[in-house]
Ligand binder design. Structure first.
Ligand code: NAD
Length: 497
């Protein structure tokens, strides 16, 4: 593989922080246990990380609650909280190169993505929510003349954030930023595959002047540390991003403990719909490719189903193949790489087994279909296109979470909408048409949290992101409404005398 010497050199010099961050200090897990984290692209050990469990979660919750009650953050004037959060953002930006390198080494994603997407998005998300801190007003309701009726927001208290491995920093920031802006304390649990960047980030919060106990990071396994967060009776709200299977556990944890508020951001099987009125296919090709190939397809909003009008299908597929082939698979530290490694061997096996399943179900491999670069010790899959897919096949219904596109041919707008909506998920959809009326008509009819027209996009931090149906529950990340999720609303009714 064509390595980039600079990043490889820098990677050798990196020292990872592997301990939990609780009450402003790095600490080993109480049990003394650790777990391994490996570089997905080489299979080599990166570090042994402290295996936090219920005892460490409890320490973090106590610190978070004590700080919350003390008011050093929760009662700080909003404009001062804003300043601290903006300092935090500046520090992340200053340390972006190091954080991007950690992200790539731990996730297997291309360094170019870490530097141009993950880190800038993390910083800008924090800045945007920080700026909102002193601009969200409380309300007064209309009430009789001798009554003052106020509707005020208060921080909810102690928040748990349970994070997936595909975007460890910026998905964490979707929760961290609005929760901190509202004055809450938080305990983040990174996915066990990718703890390192969040552990490094935590110290920057302290350096920015955010009081001890406000930001805590407890690495550990899902069924121990994650479960402990779900079941803790002194956590007021958990925001989870991950699989629907684990998301459901959090609903149970809440029911079995203190009825804490639960927000779930789960998976998707999002359609890219291409209608035959499109005159210029060029921009469509790169967007359809990005939708499924960005982040190796390990992306909740991946456009994994190409729902295409029969009048344009053959041409689109022929022109799409060379675009897919131009997405270089390889060493994530090479800046030319666009597709890195699957997160781990187990996940590689899952993706390959879906490719096998697609063949058995009768779909036709139009491109790719194989593991590549096995000699590296990494878990690489080439861009893959299945043609002749029926929407009933499992490859069209289940989240594969790899660079595998299923092409489903439809005869008209009505069938396109039917197929697009015939899924348990509803996270995102992209729609390509030159007909403005059709664009509005179809965008309104698609049951998904984000519909992008003539592009593949989740929008920026100013718009909400989350799913309909089994893609989400209880709220959304990003946008101003994300602040509401981490606040309680109180009615204060004052009788004047
Ligand atoms: P996952 O559900 O396996 O793990 C997510 C988190 O839950 C991890 O921190 C994990 O340790 C923890 N966890 C696992 N088992 C647990 C248990 N029994 N109790 C408590 N916590 C537990 O998901 P993943 O594999 O890390 O991420 C991939 C999934 O995340 C995909 O389904 C993807 O679509 C989804 N995702 C959704 C969004 C979104 O915004 N909607 C964004 C990114 C990823």
């Amino acid at each position: 593989m064509n390595a980039h010497p600079d990043f490889h050199g820098k990677a050798k010099d990196l020292k990872f922080e592997t301990r939990a961050f609780i009450n402003g200090k790095y600490v080993e897990a109480r049990s003394g246990e650790t777990f391994e984290t490996r570089n997905p692209a080489t299979g080599k050990l990166l570090a042994n990380v402290s295996a936090g469990d219920a005892a460490d979660v409890d320490d973090a919750v106590k610190a978070a609650r004590t700080t919350f009650e003390a008011g050093s953050w929760s009662k700080m004037a909003p404009r001062d909280r804003k300043k601290a959060l903006l300092r935090f953002a500046d520090l992340i930006e200053k340390n972006s190169a190091e954080l991007a390198l950690i992200e790539t080494l731990d996730c297997g994603k291309p360094i170019n993505d870490s530097m141009t997407v993950d880190l800038p998005d993390t910083v800008e998300t924090l800045r945007w929510h920080a700026e909102a801190t002193d601009k969200i007003y409380d309300q007064m309701s209309s009430a009789p003349n001798d009554v003052v009726s106020m509707i005020v927001r208060e921080p909810i208290g102690v928040v748990g954030g349970v994070i997936p491995w595909n975007f460890p920093l910026f998905v964490a920031m979707w929760k961290l930023a609005p929760a901190l802006a509202g004055g809450n304390s938080i305990i983040l649990k990174p996915a066990e595959q990718t703890s390192l960047s969040l552990l490094r980030l935590a110290a920057l919060a302290s350096e920015a002047g955010i009081p001890d106990g406000v930001v805590n990071v407890v690495p550990g396994m899902g069924p121990t540390a994650g479960r402990a967060i779900g079941l803790h009776r002194d956590i007021d709200c958990v925001s989870f991003t991950g699989s629907g299977e684990v998301g459901r556990y959090f609903l149970k944890y809440s029911a079995e403990s203190n009825m804490k508020r639960i927000i779930l951001e789960c998976g998707g099987k999002s359609p890219s719909i291409v209608m035959d009125d499109i005159k210029d296919l060029t921009p469509v090709l790169e967007n359809v490719a990005s939708a499924i190939l960005f982040c190796q397809g390990e992306n909740c909003s991946a456009g994994s189903r190409l729902v295409v009008h029969e009048g344009i299908k053959d041409r689109l597929l022929e022109e799409l193949k060379p675009v897919f082939e131009s997405w270089t698979v390889g060493d994530p530290l090479n800046t030319a790489t666009r597709i890195g490694s699957m997160i781990e061997k187990e996940h590689l096996d899952k993706v390959l087994s879906y490719i096998e399943l697609g063949r058995k179900e009768g779909a036709k491999v139009a491109l790719g279909g194989n593991q590549v670069l096995a000699e590296t010790g990494g878990s690489f899959v080439e861009p893959t296109i299945f043609d002749d897919v029926s929407n009933r096949m499992r490859i069209a219904r289940e989240e594969i979470f790899g660079p595998v596109l299923s092409v489903i041919t439809v005869k008209d707008e009505e069938e396109a909408l039917k197929v697009a909506n015939d899924t348990n998920y509803g996270l995102a959809a992209s729609l390509y048409t030159d007909d403005l009326n059709r664009a509005h008509r179809m965008a309104k009819s698609i049951r998904a949290g984000t519909v992008s027209v003539n592009c593949y996009s989740e929008g920026d931090f100013a718009v909400p992101f989350g799913g309909y149906k089994e893609s989400g529950f209880g709220g959304k990340d990003k946008g101003l409404a994300a602040h509401d999720q981490y606040t309680e609303t109180k009615a204060i009714w004052i009788q004047l005398r």
